[in-house]
Design a protein around this ligand. Structure first.
Ligand SMILES: Nc1ncnc2c1ncn2[C@@H]1O[C@H](COP(=O)(O)OP(=O)(O)OP(=O)(O)O)[C@@H](O)[C@H]1O
Length: 429
């Protein structure tokens, strides 16, 4: 079954959230916002699953299944607002295997995605595709230098960086360069000994990438150390491991990584900076993704759009940019110029914050901090103001009784009284 998942969703923020959930389980999302684009995608290639919104701008989602003419139907889940689905039996007859009610519960979504294909826990071989390392920003110069060096070496390599910065991409590039087989093992806390054994017994010249090595449980780490020690170094595949930006040393210091494993793996290291550290590369990357997703397209990004994109801080890094490019392609239909209105809503404004991901408290804090004159205040003054508001609100929940509040929240009674006295209006008992 194909590991591609077609997401047909015209709500931009929800579509992107679904796309990241799909990527998290190692499937490949393709996001479109209309039935027309969904049909085009289905004609172009196979999909293992479809996440289908019902109220689409050019018709009812189920009509995509009514006129199904392709081969085997992918697994289909409809994403519905409560009560939107009038005839569930009819939908089932059309091939819908699951109904996900908005707001989508991610455990239900992951269960559906799990039916499409088990995540790859076994070392999987990847085809050798050409992998361009796009970028010319100063922050990438060291990456190029170290990547070139790593290509010439067979020493263990750690690729460190935040999710979506291109760790798998760089590992693929180096693995491909070696000419041998490239195998992947995505680390889960418990990895069975035989999975490690299979991965480590790859023939000479192969490269084994262990993704997220630091998530292995201590028991699995010790098993990996044992197996590494049992073999002749020369007969092992070349090891590349990926980890978050904190790096393996940080994991040893916090006690989650066995120092012995660290010493065996930490020989060469490449650190991949976040996209916000290399915004100069953004236009080239955006066009690169454009060509990858829609090779026949003649889409362009307007100057204002590129400016907006360069003004954002990209917490999801290159992966998020790729999803945004995919979104723009479906918004514009592959031709013409992408305008600001074609961007996902959260990128249209200038704040550079993902409103959908911010909690109400973060949003309030953000707005409040905006209004402060930070040049004339100390941290203590700011903290005092927040604490004053917090204490005042909490006190209301305890009927204005500081002693009850102190008892139930475990605060020292006299400290609380003192703090309350210091509030404007001095609210002591
Ligand atoms: N320098 C680059 N040039 C071109 N494409 C890149 C570059 N770096 C990353 N990419 C692409 O960006 C996307 C995200 O990169 P990748 O999957 O390697 O990230 P990652 O750090 O491994 O994240 P995760 O571990 O969460 O999968 C992929 O489509 C990848 O091919």
């Amino acid at each position: 079954m194909s590991t591609r998942v077609l997401i047909v969703e015209d709500n931009r923020s929800l579509g992107l959230a679904l796309a990241s959930a799909v990527e998290r389980v190692k499937l490949q999302p393709e996001l479109v916002g209309s039935l027309t684009h969904a049909r085009e995608e289905l004609e172009k290639g196979e999909f293992g699953g479809i996440l289908l919104d019902l109220g689409l701008p050019d018709g009812h989602g189920l009509s995509l299944l009514e006129d199904w003419r392709g081969g085997e139907m992918p697994l289909v889940a409809v994403v519905t607002a409560h009560g939107e689905i009038e005839n569930a039996i009819e939908a089932r007859k059309l091939g819908v295997v699951r109904f996900l009610t908005k707001p989508v519960a991610f455990d239900e979504l992951e269960e559906f995605l799990g039916d499409i294909e088990e995540p790859q826990r076994e070392p999987a071989e990847t085809e050798h595709k050409t992998t361009a390392l796009i970028g010319a920003a100063p922050a990438m110069q060291e990456v190029f230098q170290k990547t070139a060096h790593a290509c010439l070496s067979r020493e263990p390599l750690v690729i460190r960086g935040a999710a979506g910065t291109g760790r798998s991409h760089v590992a693929t590039l180096i693995g491909n360069h070696s000419g041998g087989r490239l195998l992947w093992l995505h680390a889960a806390p418990e990895v069975e000994s035989k999975e490690f054994e299979r991965a480590l017994s790859a023939e000479e010249g192969a490269t084994l990438v262990i993704e997220d090595v630091a998530v292995l449980s201590k028991a699995s780490q010790r098993e990996l150390i044992r197996l590494l020690d049992e073999r002749e170094v020369a007969s092992l595949p070349r090891l590349i491991v990926t980890c978050d930006e904190e790096g393996l040393r940080g994991k040893v210091e916090e006690g989650t990584l066995e120092a012995e494993l660290y010493y065996r793996l930490q020989v060469l290291e490449i650190f991949l900076p976040g996209l916000k550290e290399r915004l100069g590369d953004l236009p080239a990357l955006a066009y690169h993704f454009l060509g990858q997703i829609d090779s026949g397209g003649r889409l362009k990004f307007g100057g204002e759009v590129l400016e907006k994109l360069q003004g954002y801080d990209w917490p999801g890094n290159l992966r998020e940019l790729r999803n945004v490019v995919s979104f723009c392609i479906s918004a514009r239909g592959g031709t013409g110029e992408v305008r600001v209105e074609d961007l996902p809503e959260y990128l249209q404004g200038g704040s550079g914050r993902i409103v959908a991901e911010a909690s109400p408290l973060e949003e309030c804090l953000d707005a409040w901090i905006e209004g402060l004159d930070l040049n004339s205040m100390t941290y203590q003054e700011i903290q005092g103001q927040v604490e004053g508001l917090l204490l005042g609100e909490l006190l209301k929940r305890f009927d204005g009784k500081p002693s009850r509040m102190a008892r139930e929240l475990g605060i020292n009674r006299s400290t609380l009284r003192k703090k309350l006295r210091e509030l404007p209006g001095g609210r002591a008992e």
